[in-house]
Design a protein around this ligand. Structure first.
Ligand code: BES
Ligand code: MN
Ligand code: ZN
Length: 486
């Protein structure tokens, strides 16, 4: 689906469905020349997400779709994304091939131009997203062209929104591929594809290179699989002077069976999504191909499977991290933290970032604590926490702070080695334990945030533009927002 902006000074052209957004209690403002049958809007209240499709009697549109915005005081970016998604979903269901989202002067006043244009563009594009690659006869979308007909100053937001929505959909495409169709090598291949177009560089480390660096934790996770692991390293350099160096680290488990500590079979298929942190990082770099940010950005993804092969790590095995820390692996299903720890070691040795943000589907516990609408955030300082939270709120990819205290860190001290990969005693707080394992690998001077996205990466309640039971692409747009992408 293509989405373009058209200046409202140019007149409406032929369209299958014209969308008219309407505040609760107000009458739909039909643009000039369009008339409906007498009773077409009877009972239409303009409640949030209410939609009414009517035949047009005259004018350039064949049909008109009125979509309720709800009460004016409640209109925000999230509601705008949702109504745009409702609009295109209804237009598609009505077999439209073209659709015009009409932004009249009243709608244009609901938010500033950037927020409004961005929300409508993202909502429309992400709401229309489907994943059909698994079907022998993919359903082809009827709706191919959406026009955002509104004030001239929406143009920049539409361009930005296209890039951020594409970034999210790139992440979703990677997520939705099952493990046999997206191996660590395939993920590295996707990353290399991002580097083809100029500004981004990509290097990929294979097993041999990782062995040489001493990444024993990551290799210990990979040992049970016949699919070789990869470490992906992407670099973005800004055009002007850099305001700092940032590392984005992603957990890229293309499948997590649990290893020898094998998972129950129910929903094990969902562990295709255990690479969602990595997908978010690659998604952000998809956006960075065309957007400007004032930082040097490094994307690091540890890509591997976690399988119970006969070379697999056994409970009790001791592995050595790249920085020399020894770890006893008491539960091979707590593998994400092992992979992340070595990638963090790589970052501190090779990249030396000022700030490191990692994203990982790390714990089932965060799904229990926060559900599917908010990701857990552990931040080393309040400034970073505030920034990320604001970016998440704006993007509709929300973060909620969780605690990391010394008791959590102490519970990760090992008996036979320096650390163990699951907490001892009756600590509880599974997500904090995951963060506590990572903490000793992060140097004290580095700004660090750990985002546990296990709940938000898929399975979200239908927020119209979100992924439902498929991948949500969570993180890519949040990161671009935080980086100040323009
Ligand atoms: N990838 C899982 C976490 C997960 C579970 C994400 C369910 C989404 C849904 C992770 O590798 C894992 O298995 N974590 C364990 C840790 C435990 C063994 C300490 C968990 O959460 O059960
Ligand atoms: Mn696991
Ligand atoms: Zn996992």
């Amino acid at each position: 689906m293509k989405l373009t902006h058209k200046d409202s000074t140019s007149k409406l052209t032929d369209t299958d469905v014209l969308v008219v957004f309407t505040l609760e209690g107000e009458k739909p403002a039909l643009p000039g020349g369009i008339t409906l049958t007498k009773h077409a809007l009877e009972g239409f209240k303009g409640e949030f997400r209410e939609a009414r499709l009517c035949d047009a009697v005259s004018g350039p549109a064949r049909r008109v779709l009125c979509v309720g915005l709800g009460k004016k005081a409640q209109v925000d970016a999230e509601r705008l994304r949702r109504v745009a998604a409702v609009a295109v979903t209804r237009a598609e269901a009505a077999q439209a091939t073209t659709c015009t989202l009409h932004v009249d002067t009243a709608v244009a006043k609901l938010a500033d131009a950037l927020d409004l244009g961005l929300a409508l563009t993202e909502g429309a594009l992400l709401g229309a997203y489907t994943w059909q690659k698994g079907k022998s006869k993919p359903k082809v979308a009827k709706l191919t062209a959406v026009t955002l007909h509104g004030p001239k100053n929406l143009a920049a937001a539409v361009t930005l929104g296209r890039a951020t929505a594409d970034a999210c959909m790139f992440a979703r495409d990677l997520q939705n591929e099952p493990a046999n169709r997206l191996t660590p090598i395939d993920m590295a291949q996707a990353a290399k594809g991002l580097a083809k177009a100029g500004r981004i560089k990509c290097t990929v480390l294979d097993e041999k290179a990782m062995k040489k660096l001493g990444m024993g934790l990551l290799l210990g996770v990979a040992a049970g699989s016949s699919e070789p692991p990869r470490l992906i390293h992407l670099v973005y350099k800004p055009k002007g002077k850099s305001k700092g160096r940032i590392a984005l680290v992603g957990k890229g488990l293309t499948f997590d069976s649990g290893g020898i500590s094998i998972k129950p079979s129910a929903k094990m298929d969902e562990m295709r999504f255990d690479m969602s942190g990595g997908a978010a990082v690659l998604g952000a770099f998809h956006g960075l191909r065309s957007l400007d940010v004032p930082y040097e950005v490094h994307g690091l993804v540890g890509a591997t499977e976690n399988m119970p092969g006969n070379r697999a790590t056994k409970p009790g095995d001791i592995h050595v991290a790249m920085d020399g820390t020894t770890v006893e692996v008491l539960n091979t299903d707590a593998e994400g933290r092992l992979v992340l720890a070595d990638v963090i070691c790589y970052a501190k040795a090779k990249v030396k970032p000022d700030t490191l943000v990692d994203l990982a589907t790390l714990t089932g516990a965060v799904v229990t604590a926060l559900g599917h609408e908010m990701a857990g955030m552990f931040a080393s300082n309040e400034g970073l926490e505030r920034e990320l939270r604001a970016a998440g709120d704006a993007a509709g990819e929300r973060l909620w702070p969780l605690p990391l205290i010394d008791v959590h860190k102490d519970a990760m001290k090992g008996t036979f080695a320096d650390l163990k990969n699951i907490s001892g005693g009756d600590l509880g707080a599974g997500s904090s334990a995951g963060a506590a394992f990572l903490a000793p690998f992060v140097p004290s001077g580095m700004n660090w945030a750990h985002l546990d996205i296990a709940g938000t990466a898929w399975g979200g309640s239908a927020r119209d533009w979100v992924g439902g039971s498929m991948g949500s692409g969570f993180g890519a747009r949040l990161l671009l927002r935080w980086l100040g992408a323009r």
